[in-house]
Structures are given as C-alpha cells and as structure tokens.
Design a protein around this ligand. Structure first.
Ligand SMILES: [Zn+2]
Length: 260
C-alpha cells in the first residue's frame, strides 16, 4: 500500500499533514493545531481519522487534539514523552515505533530537541515529519531547548539519506531563503531554489516537502561545516571557532537579532 501525504493549511502558515492510502478509509494527521480544517477535510474526502501524531507541545501543533478526540474518541494520539500534552495516549521517545496498521505504515521516533526540549520527529518510508526543527531553507527558533541541542538535532538530520523528504510544519520557505542569501549570496543552488520557490508562491503551491538533498545544498543551518557558511558566521561573532555547534549558534542568533 503506498502512502499518500497531503497538506491541510491551518492558521496563516501552518501545515497539518494527512497520511492516507487509497485502499484505507482511515487517515492519520500530524500536528493538528486546529480541528476544524481537519474535520472539513475528512468530510470532503469521506475518510475517518485513525491516529494523531504530535511532534511538540506548541499550541499551533496541538490545539486541535481535543476537538478531534470529540469526533473520534478512541483513536491513539502519539506524542513526545518529555512534554506535557493533554490527550496523548502513547508517550514516545528515541527508538520507539509507531505502527499505523490501517496504512501499512510504520515510523521510528527520533529525539530532535532544540526548538523545544522534548521535540520528536517521525521517520519512515523515506519521509521525516520534523515539526519545527528544520524548515525548508531554515530551522526553528530555540524556545525551551538549547542552541546546542538544536545544532546536534540538525547535524543528525543532515546525516539521514539525502532522498529523505522533509515535511516541516510551516510555509516559511521564501522568507528563509532571504536569510540564506545573507549567509551565502553567491550559492547558485540557493539562487536556483529561490526562483523555483517564487514561481510556486505566486501560484499558491506549497513549497514543502523538500528533500534533504536540496536542504544540504541550500539551507545554511544544514551546511554548518561549509567554508562559506563558517566565514559568514565568523563575521558576526568575534573569535568564533569552526565547531558546528558554535557556527549554528552564531547563525541562529544573527537571524533572531537582525532578520526576524
Ligand atoms: Zn513550535
């Protein structure tokens, strides 16, 4: 059974990902910040909800859990073991498996702290649901985690197979490319990506998912050992070493301070 993944838009720029299969009446959703657009999607498609998967506790990822459980009271709700989230039935951490029998799908859980201290991601079928850890051409802010944690989570993601498709939870790509150009103004892959993303944005087409291969060529936060990226970070922090955690911290703080 092949897995179909579709976006539901929520709020101004969130994506709630739907996992479906042609032969199944049940679907799963990742990070439903709002129940209403999910319930509308289900009604339109004639499908029912079979499971909820949560990456971290922020309300724009969890705000729909209660409303969905009212409509589908018995379903499993998977989420991070290290965060307090109402409605979670299966508390997960590194190495745990999520079996979605109704989709013949299975995902393994990765601990990817940094944006929040207990953030998890779901890996399977050449797909990573990475929440707010890595974005297309960017990465999440550090909230309840640490810069060191987020740097190490990104380094870890960068070592996954390059064909891995990254399903992040926000449409931030164009904005992120603006900062990526501050870091690497002459990166030809980045400039190429910008024109592709602009064309999609004009038509309202999602620019997510991307592949890890594209991110490794264009996302400064996944290019922490590239000489151009190290040099750009060093211009913004005196005495900076080329240690990837230090480079990440300098880049992320530079973006927080001066870009957004
Ligand atoms: Zn978040």
């Amino acid at each position: 059974m092949s897995l179909i993944i579709k976006p539901i838009r929520a709020f101004s720029d969130n994506y709630i990902w739907v996992l479906a299969a042609a032969s199944s009446d049940l679907v799963a959703v990742v990070d439903p910040g709002d129940a209403r657009p999910v319930l509308e999607w289900l009604q339109r498609s004639g499908k029912h909800l079979g499971a909820i998967m949560i990456t971290h506790f922020h309300s724009d990822h969890t705000g729909g859990i209660a409303g969905l459980l009212e409509a589908f009271p018995e379903i499993p709700v998977y989420g991070p073991a290290r965060e307090q989230i109402a409605g979670i039935t299966h508390r997960l951490s590194e190495g745990d498996e999520v079996e979605l029998g109704f989709l013949s799908a299975a995902f393994s859980v990765l601990d990817v702290p940094g944006h929040t201290a207990g953030h998890i991601a779901y890996l399977g079928h050449d797909v990573l649901f990475c929440g707010d850890t890595v974005f297309a051409a960017g990465c999440g802010r550090v909230f309840t985690g640490t810069f060191e944690q987020l740097a190490n989570s990104l380094l870890r993601i960068s070592r996954l197979p390059p064909e891995t498709r990254l399903y992040c939870a926000h449409e931030y790509t164009l904005d992120n490319i603006g900062f990526a150009k501050w870091v690497e103004a002459d990166n030809p892959a980045l400039l190429q990506r910008e024109s592709e993303v602009l064309a999609k944005a004009e038509k309202g087409i999602p620019t997510v998912p991307s592949t890890l291969a594209i991110e490794l060529e264009t996302n400064p936060f996944l290019r922490l050992t590239e000489q151009t990226v190290v040099a750009a970070a060093q211009q913004h922090m005196a005495e900076l070493s080329d240690d990837p955690v230090a480079v990440f911290t300098a880049l992320r703080q530079w973006k927080d301070r001066e870009y957004d």
